[in-house]
Design a protein around this ligand. Structure first.
Ligand code: SF4
Ligand code: SF4
Length: 308
């Protein structure tokens, strides 16, 4: 089979206003090389489709335990215990559960299925100036699939872009960049040591790729995005360092601050994983604006905005 024909898609969100210009279809792909402690989509981190469990819905019938071919499930006090080391991700437990207590995150999709979903929104692109955004997880974990979606969108005259951390070999960036006029890049923390502590890897590869992107001859707008996590990357020093990175890159037009939110917190329970920031609160609008003003103060020809 030709490369890039199938991929593991977490979900496809229609008429989004958050991920680019106009109304957008956002294709979220599964798999991410980072493990940000504040991650709001933990279900996107693993590259395979996986099982989630909503304990409050479970009736303790044991049907999933019986059907599991890997002995990965056990009943204890009417609740199902999942051994992730044994799980083969076959999702037989999802199909058998009549209580909707077991759910699945992600599924294999053929490129034609993804394009069929995109086609449903074409009328919105026309009226809003929107298009398609490929996000994740880290969409460049599935770089061939991402490139194929972009290539097909270009053929149809649909504007498309990607949101990426750039923590990926440069050859993956090369596969996609010719299809882009604008790219969104997450800047988690400007300091390499803190980046490693908070995200699991330092930011050397990301900053190297960012510089290579900036030095390409093709016209390309780069927009940076900072997830604003109170007490973690919101100091004036962090803002100044982030601004210094942006000021060095002439293709960067804008930095967008994305305030921390808690929308994904319950998903950690569903995945039966712990969350590192149980007491973190969503910052209020005044705080976010204060940080935006600080960031703007350090920027030269780059606009600082905030959203969400
Ligand atoms: S099949 Fe569903 S309801 Fe029955 S034990 Fe498994 S998760 Fe619970
Ligand atoms: S996904 Fe398959 S292997 Fe994993 S727990 Fe469910 S039935 Fe068992």
């Amino acid at each position: 089979m030709t490369r890039g024909q199938r991929g593991v898609v977490l979900r496809i969100e229609r008429t989004s206003i958050h991920d680019g210009v106009g109304l957008r279809t956002v294709v979220f792909l599964k798999g991410c090389p980072l493990s940000c402690i504040w991650c709001s989509t933990p279900e996107s981190q693993n590259s395979f489709h996986e099982r989630g469990y909503i304990s409050s819905r479970c009736r303790g019938c044991g049907a999933c335990v019986e059907v599991c071919p890997a002995d990965a499930l056990a009943l204890q006090a009417d609740q199902v215990i999942h051994n992730t080391n044994l799980c083969q991700h076959c999702l037989a437990c999802v199909d058998i559960c009549v209580a909707d207590a077991v759910t699945s995150f992600g599924r294999w999709m053929h490129i034609s299925e993804v394009m069929a979903e995109i086609a449903k929104d074409e009328v919105f692109y026309f009226h809003s100036g929107g298009g398609v955004t490929i996000s994740g997880g880290e969409c460049l974990q599935q770089s061939d699939f991402t490139a194929e979606i972009l290539r097909r969108c270009a053929r149809l005259g649909i504007d498309s872009t990607v949101e990426t951390s750039l923590h990926t070999p440069w050859k993956n960036v090369e596969k996609i960049v010719s299809h882009l006029s604008c790219i969104y890049i997450d800047l988690k923390h400007p300091d390499p040591h803190k980046h490693k502590y908070l995200v699991g890897v330092d930011n050397h590869l990301i900053l190297t790729n960012l510089e290579k992107l900036n030095n390409l001859e093709q016209p390309l707008e780069i927009q940076l995005r900072i997830p604003l996590i109170p007490g973690i990357n919101d100091s004036d020093d962090s803002m100044q360092q982030a601004a210094e990175i942006a000021n060095r890159l002439n293709k960067v037009s804008r930095i967008e601050i994305l305030p921390y939110h808690r929308l994904g917190v319950t998903t950690y329970d569903t995945l039966q994983r712990g969350y590192a920031l149980p007491d973190m609160q969503t910052p209020n609008a005044e705080y976010v604006e204060e940080k935006r003003v600080v960031l703007q103060k350090f920027l030269k020809n780059v606009e600082a905005i905030s959203s969400r």
